[in-house]
Design a protein. Sequence first.
Length: 157
Amino acid sequence: MVKRTSFEGDSCPIARSLEAIGDWWSMLIIREALFGTRRFGEFQTKLGMAKNILAVRLRSLVDHGILKTVPASDGSAYQEYVLTPKGRGVHPILVALRQWSEEFDEHPEEIATILVDREKGRPVKKLEMRAEDGRLLTQGETMVKLRPVKARRRVSG
């Protein structure tokens, strides 16, 4: 088995986020948790994952603070997995992936669902990138800029 590179200490926020949620199984587990799935067996049934792979992914998501375990809501001896605020923060990422697929998929007619506003039942508008003042921005109107580095204290030896 090939050893995976860790991006945990990387200075790039995209690489750092991929450390926690960068494989498709993790994203699909989070998707199912957003739909209300809470138990190991439910995740396994809905995703068709091998139990050992599911166990590793769930543990990683818990370790990264995306899911937490809680006593089963029915009072049984089981535990359930629930999203933390950090885990719920993945929702816009999944929406962006969904909208990208809807726009660029070779067979969008095969996509069986649409994302709608729960209150009005209308399709959700495409996510937009906006400046602090509200202006709509394109990729060409943005740039990545280095943050100022805090002055490091000199250690005399």
